[in-house]
Design a protein around this ligand. Structure first.
Ligand SMILES: Cc1ncc(C[n+]2csc(CCOP(=O)(O)OP(=O)(O)O)c2C)c(N)n1
Ligand SMILES: [Mg+2]
Length: 422
């Protein structure tokens, strides 16, 4: 590591985006007994000066519930871009619903929905350039849609068939799309965070201006990778935007048991970077905050932590039933803040939305997905032989032996192997 690449955030960066000021909890560390997370948390002062209003504790938002946007906050995107954001969010929702239905019909193994979180990740990724990189978790299906990944590539992955880029070696929705700079999703929570930071540090050493955006959940902030990733990004001024989609739950563990901090964004202060809370159901707010963070990173001013405050409207996965541990009233409240409907009202006011256009997007998406499903179901499984490919250039003697034994199995015996869906 050369000394030149090791930069601390400049004083300019510090003044432009105010540092999170974590209220020090006086009692912390004095008691020998572990402290339980508070039920009601203090307000967070974690918004950047350039974006927050007087109530800096509130997540930054642009869209009001009736579709109005305050003039000074509206990023004033061109009509074409606004319509594209809407289309991507709606297509993502159709894709998500269809995938869950396929799982319920026993046609794919497992699925994790992003219902209600479309604005939170589509708005964030839209702030990047195509050449920038994404290190996602498993709940950002709108990003491949935004980046134009062919539907066949997405659907083949659900089926793990011979058209799947990963040859059936990943769980469904754990995509890898090289052409979209969308790095392979790992199941172990948080691992993508330190990978994004490493990639960001390498870009700084190379001297290019690529930006790296990584996504994780509120639960992901309890992982070791979150802390070491944030630490090194701060120390080396890595061009990384950390997007924590705070959907309030980590499977059945609520946020109040995940952290004793006033917010997620406030944690940025400890690592010497700005932390911002933004309304995750407001695509324009997420876009605006992330755009500023991306620009800072590109100029060499270092990383930012963005906390998108949202709600996981679906169960954790198709194997979970959130009704068993969640309050139906809270769910209903969040339903009123649906990110697609909110944005729709904004577009309607600008005369950029019609019922017919909406229907056309949904019909087009359904048809395209049905086509992709049809071709995916007609494809064979990956060959058994493929199990031995892509890791070793020359197979070890043990693997040569195992491969020969596997391939010697004939008829029903071989059919029993790896039957899918699991
Ligand atoms: C290291 C590790 N521990 C536990 C799990 C099991 N696990 C899968 S998802 C999940 C919850 C993650 O919650 P969060 O980060 O908030 O993301 P969300 O599912 O809400 O998007 C857990 C604990 C895992 N995959 N990896
Ligand atoms: Mg979560």
């Amino acid at each position: 590591m050369s000394g030149g690449s090791r930069r601390r955030p400049t004083s300019r960066a510090r003044s432009k985006v105010s540092q999170s000021r974590a209220p020090m909890t006086k009692s912390r560390g004095k008691s020998a007994t572990p402290r339980r997370a508070p039920q009601s948390r203090p307000a967070s002062p974690a918004s950047p000066a350039s974006l927050a209003g007087p109530a800096a504790d509130e997540p930054f938002s642009v869209l009001e519930s009736d579709g109005k946007a305050s003039k000074d906050k509206d990023p004033n995107l061109p009509a074409e871009q606004l319509r594209r954001l809407y289309e991507v969010m709606l297509m993502t929702r159709v894709l998500d619903e269809r995938a869950l239905a396929l799982q319920r019909q026993g046609r794919i193994g497992v699925y994790l929905q992003a219902l209600g979180q479309e604005a939170s990740h589509v708005g964030a990724a839209a702030a990047l350039r195509d050449a920038d990189w994404l290190f996602p978790a498993y709940r950002q299906p709108g990003i491949p849609v935004l980046r134009g990944v062919p539907l066949d590539d997405i659907v083949n992955e659900w089926y793990g068939n011979d058209g799947d880029i990963c040859k059936g070696r990943q769980m469904p929705v754990h995509y890898s799309f090289r052409q979209a700079n969308f790095v392979s999703i790992s199941s172990p929570i948080g691992t993508q965070i330190s990978q994004a930071v490493g990639a960001g540090m390498a870009a700084r050493i190379r001297g290019d201006d690529t930006v790296f955006m990584t996504f994780f959940g509120d639960g992901g902030t309890s992982s070791n990778d979150f802390h070491c990733g944030m630490n090194f990004a701060g120390v080396y001024s890595a061009p990384v935007v950390f997007v924590c989609e705070n959907n309030q739950w980590a499977i059945s563990v609520p946020l109040s048991q995940q952290t004793a901090s006033a917010s997620i964004a406030v944690k940025a202060s400890a690592y010497g970077m700005p932390g911002v809370r933004v309304d995750g159901n407001d695509v324009l707010a997420v876009y605006r905050v992330c755009k500023e963070a991306v620009e800072r990173a590109r100029k060499g001013e270092g990383p930012t932590l963005v906390e998108t405050v949202t709600y996981r409207m679906a169960s954790h996965s198709s194997s979970d039933d959130a009704a068993r541990y969640r309050d139906a009233k809270v769910y209903e409240e969040w339903k009123q803040r649906d990110p697609i409907q909110r944005f729709q009202r904004y577009l309607q006011k600008k005369k950029l939305w019609t019922e017919a256009w909406d229907q056309e997007i949904q019909e087009r998406a359904k048809q395209a997905i049905n086509e992709a499903v049809k071709q995916a179901e007609a494809r064979p499984r990956p060959s058994l032989d493929s199990l031995f490919e892509d890791v070793f250039m020359n197979l070890t003697p043990q693997l040569v032996e195992q491969r020969a034994e596997l391939l010697s199995l004939k008829g029903p015996e071989s059919e029993e192997l790896g039957h899918f869906p699991l």
